[in-house]
Ligand binder design. Structure first.
Ligand code: BEZ
Length: 249
């Protein structure tokens, strides 16, 4: 997948903007070493760093990592499913990233290794039934146009129970996870959303920007009656999985 920091900033700035509750749950303290797993363009990492934390971003996409470094952040360009940190962070944080990682067991094991004893793991990502309507419309339109909807990388939308079981098995204690329905206004509509996230849906199915225009129009028309209010404002049917857990002393 190749991401566009420009499209993300133009159409998905609400992602870091809506992270106040999970940041409050993390409660970062000045001087703490915090790893931001899947930091993207670093908008949220920069907020953590502004509060005095010593933040390292982890981001596999080169363009996103560059955008995060341009904010003055330290970024390790690597996949969270293969990270090799050892007991060096007070906290690992993640927002809107874990659902892009098919090997959740590897992520849990890597986070556990990366934390100091007593360290905490706090985050939020798409949970069970996340963007169900959007995904259904994309799949239907891709299939009708002769594309394989399963060509896109697997996205993982876990239940709270699955998350808890997996992280307890990885050694974490005090694992708590909850699902929250969060109907989310889309400032630039479903077209903007698709522009920001096309890498994970259209590009991945072999649909380039030119061929994609007609398909985007069909997706928009399928979803308009479901995801707009009477004033024409677009919403996404987000469901967030929020968690906290600790590595034992
Ligand atoms: C999200 O839940 O943040 C999300 C999931 C898949 C694609 C885009 C966004």
């Amino acid at each position: 997948m190749v991401w566009s920091p420009e499209a993300y900033a133009a159409h998905a700035a609400f992602v870091p903007a809506l992270a106040a509750e999970v940041v409050a749950l993390l409660a970062p303290r000045p001087g703490e070493r915090i790893l931001d797993l899947g930091c993207g363009d670093g908008a949220l990492s920069a907020r953590l760093a502004a509060g005095g934390a010593d933040v390292v971003g982890l981001e596999p996409d080169p363009a996103m990592a560059r955008a995060a470094r341009a904010r003055g952040l330290r970024v390790v360009e690597a996949d969270a499913q293969q990270m090799a940190f050892g007991a060096e962070f007070d906290a690992v944080f993640s927002n809107a990233a874990l659902h892009w990682m098919p090997d959740q067991q590897a992520v849990a094991a890597g986070v556990f290794r990366a934390l100091r004893p007593g360290g905490r793991y706090v985050g939020e990502c798409g949970g069970f039934l996340n963007i169900a309507a959007i995904r259904t419309a994309i799949r239907a339109v891709l299939a009708a146009a002769g594309h394989d909807p399963d060509a896109a990388p697997v996205q993982v939308f876990q239940t709270a129970g699955e998350f808890v079981a997996r992280h307890e098995a990885a050694g974490f204690i005090d694992v708590e996870a909850t699902l929250h329905q969060r109907v989310t206004p889309l400032p630039t509509g479903i077209r903007g959303w698709l522009a920001a996230f096309r890498a994970g849906f259209l590009d991945a199915a072999g649909v380039g920007p030119d061929a994609g225009e007609a398909l985007v129009g069909r997706i928009e028309e399928l979803l308009r009656p479901v995801l707009t209010d009477p004033q024409g404002q677009w919403f996404a049917d987000y469901v967030r999985l929020r968690w906290q857990a600790r590595k034992p002393h």
